[in-house]
Each structure stands twice: as C-alpha cells, then as structure tokens.
Design a protein around this ligand. Structure first.
Ligand code: NDP
Ligand code: GDR
Length: 338
C-alpha cells in the first residue's frame, strides 16, 4: 500500500486530494495545525475513529514553520509521495503579512525538501509542489505557458516563485523526483469564502433569500482562468506517476472577468447584480494581476489533461451548492425563539 503525506489537507485542494488518494487505496497522512476552533470541516467526512483497525487517514499536528517536526514525521512515516499544498494562500492578505507568507509558502517548501534529504528519502519519495499562475503576475505573454517569464506581483507570488525554483533546484541537484504544477485558479463549493468566486456565490445566494443586502467588491475587471478544483487535484497525482519529474501548466485556456462571474451568478438567481454590488477600495491590491489565461498543451499531451468543467458549469455548481447552504441558514434564522 502506498503512503502519501499531504500538507494543507484541511484546505480546498487537500480535501479533494485526500479523497482521491483514499479511493486509490493509499494510506493518507495529513498535517493539521492546532487551532482554537475546529479547522477540519472539509475532511470530517473522511475521518474514522483511529481506534478502529484499518484506518487509512491519519492526521498529525505540525506546521510548515516547524522543520524539526517535519524531519521527525518523514523519518517515522517514510512516505512514497509528498504533496506540499499548505500555504497562506490569500494574495490580498499576503500584502498585510508578507514575512509570514514568505516563511510558510517559501521557506516551508525548503523545510520539506531538506527533510526529505535528512530522512534519506531522496530515492524513495516523490514530491509535488503547489506552484501558482500568480508567479506570472504582470502580463508578458498570453496565453501563459511553462516557459513564460515570471513577474510576480505580490508577496505570495514572490514566495511561490522561490518555492518553485527550489523544487527545480532539488530535482537538478539531487535527482529528486520533484514536480511543480503551475495551477491556474481553481474553485469549488469548498473554496474559502474570501476568494472572489465563493464570495460572490455565497453573497448572491444569501441576497436571494433575504439574508444579506449588499456585496462589496474590489477590481471587477481582473481576468482569471477558472477551473474546477476536483479535476485539478487529479493532475497532481498524475504528475507524480510519471517516469520523469517535470513542471506543468494546468488551466482551462479560457478567461473571464470578475464582473462576468458576478453577472453569471446573479443571472442564475434572476437577480439584477447592479442593484446589489458596491465598490470598496479595501479589496483592491497594491499591485494587481490583470490577466491570467493558461495554455495547458504540455499537460494535455503528456498527462492527458482535459478540463471537463468550464466557466458556466463551474458557476452553476457553486451557486447551487451555496443556495442549499443559504436555505439551511434561512431555516435556522426563522426558527421560533425559545
Ligand atoms: P487553502 O487556503 O484552501 O488551504 C491552505 C491549506 O494550507 C490549509 O489546509 C491550511 O490549514 C494550510 N496551512 C496554512 N498555513 C499553514 C502552515 N503554516 N503550516 C501548515 N499548513 C498550513 O488553499 P487551496 O486548497 O486553494 O490551495 C492549495 C495550494 O495550492 C496552496 O499552496 C495554494 O497556494 C496553491 N494554489 C492554489 C490555487 C487555487 O486556485 N486554489 C491555484 C494555484 C496554487 P488551515 O486549514 O489550518 O488554515
Ligand atoms: P487570486 O484569487 O488572487 O487570483 O489567487 P482571488 O479569488 O482572491 O482574486 C481573484 C481576482 O478577483 C479580484 N477581486 C477580489 N478578490 C477577492 N478575494 N475579494 C474581492 O472582494 C475582490 N474583488 C475583486 C482580485 O483583485 C483578483 O484580481 C487565487 C489563490 O487561490 C492563490 O492561492 C492562487 O495561487 C491563485 O488563485 C492562482
């Protein structure tokens, strides 16, 4: 039985990847952070009582800022595959906490890569780095491909670029099977509620049910290549099954503005978006990434990548899911007071 370790298992991608690997028969280990509130809601449905034999999902406390724990874990577990998905992943927030973002997103990757060496796993273990289209940043070439020069526009993008090149460096220096997926934005009903897509579907469905009046937004002109997270995590696994490690762009090759996402969502709910959406400068970034559109030809050719869920279908999946959530919220709000 193969053993995988996932950092960021409680996040959107980590939860879908854990599901996928469990379905493939893996023993899945995940690093979770201690928090004063529960942070495992995305993986609770996968969790089984550890007292029962044959449990395949095992969680460990840890943090990408803690290298000693990382080395200890790798010694103990001897994983076949490591997926480094853990991150302070919010671009806007990275301007507020640049040092922390650099520590976790940039140095966090070094800590794992060094732990792989320290635990003597260079030959046995394969490594996946969650690289990002944010590394392309300022528009220089469209659509963006693996060879498009990077020009990150945020502390998050800079930290991801550092982790990306380290992954390449460990591949070249130590022959580690290390691959980077340069994934463009991917969304789902499990997307964090402060990312733009989920913020929109959550607000529009709440407005529909009278739970909210307004939606405050930043730059509506930014363009993004949005795909479906559940499909994207499959590519992470496929990359680690290749004979040779490499870097791949994973994208849909379609781009849409934030405004189009709003129009599509409110349209599905028969609402006039202009009545509800207001501008708030707080949501602007000091430097913006104006246009992302990825050409995934290499992943298509070598990994068999074919995105099935495109823009309209994605908006529908997220809106329907959030409408159900809003209905439950409305029911609770309407319960008679004791
Ligand atoms: P999320 O923000 O949903 O999840 C991030 C995960 O990282 C959470 O499990 C979080 O734990 C964990 N984490 C945060 N800080 C630390 C830390 N200090 N130590 C250990 N774990 C930590 O991100 P996504 O699932 O959307 O993205 C997964 C990865 O892919 C990230 O690295 C992201 O930067 C990258 N990426 C994402 C894209 C996207 O469109 N979604 C596109 C390209 C790259 P907790 O739950 O406790 O907060
Ligand atoms: P992004 O995603 O920065 O691309 O990073 P996000 O959804 O936060 O923003 C997308 C675009 O929408 C604009 N925008 C707003 N964004 C947010 N969050 N809130 C708003 O109110 C708002 N109004 C307009 C933004 O300016 C931006 O242009 C995501 C993250 O998942 C990263 O971790 C990942 O690496 C990249 O995608 C690829």
């Amino acid at each position: 039985m193969k053993k995988a370790l996932i950092t960021g298992i409680t996040g959107q991608d980590g939860s879908y990847l854990a599901e996928l690997l469990l379905a493939k028969g893996y023993e899945v280990h995940g690093i979770i952070r201690r928090a004063s509130t529960f942070n495992t809601s995305r993986i609770d449905h996968l969790y089984r009582d550890p007292h029962i034999n044959g449990v395949k999902l095992i969680l460990h406390y840890g943090d990408l800022a803690d290298s000693v724990q990382m080395v200890k874990l790798l010694y103990d577990l001897q994983p076949d595959e490591i997926y480094n998905l853990g991150a302070q992943s919010h671009v806007r927030v990275s301007f507020d906490i640049p040092e922390y973002t650099g520590d976790v997103v940039g140095l966090g990757a070094v800590r794992i890569l060094e732990a792989i060496r320290e635990a003597g796993l260079v030959k046995k273990c394969r490594y996946y780095q969650a690289s990002s289209s944010e590394m392309f940043g300022k528009v220089q070439e469209v659509p963006q491909v693996e060879t498009t020069p990077f020009w990150p526009r945020s502390p998050y993008g800079c930290a991801k670029m550092y982790a990306h090149w380290l992954t390449v460096n460990y591949r070249e220096s130590y022959h580690l099977h290390a691959s980077s997926g340069i994934l463009f934005n991917h969304e789902s009903p499990r997307r964090g509620e402060t990312f733009v897509t989920r913020k929109i579907t959550r607000a529009a469905t709440r407005i529909k049910l009278g739970l909210q009046d307004k939606l405050y937004m930043g730059n509506l002109d930014a363009q993004r290549d949005w795909g479906y997270a559940k499909e994207y995590v499959e590519m992470m696994w496929v990359m680690l099954q290749q004979d040779q490690p490499d870097d791949y762009v994973v994208a849909t090759n379609e781009t849409h503005t934030v405004k189009e996402f709003i129009q599509e969502t409110f349209g599905l709910l028969n609402l006039d978006w202009e009545k509800y959406v207001n501008y708030d400068a707080r949501y602007e970034r000091p430097a913006e990434v104006e246009l992302l559109i990825g050409n995934p030809a290499k992943a298509k050719k070598q990994l068999g990548w074919e995105p099935k869920v495109k823009f309209k279908e994605l908006v529908k999946i997220m809106t329907e899911s959030d409408l159900e959530l809003a209905k439950r919220e409305a029911q609770i709000a309407n319960l008679p007071k004791p």
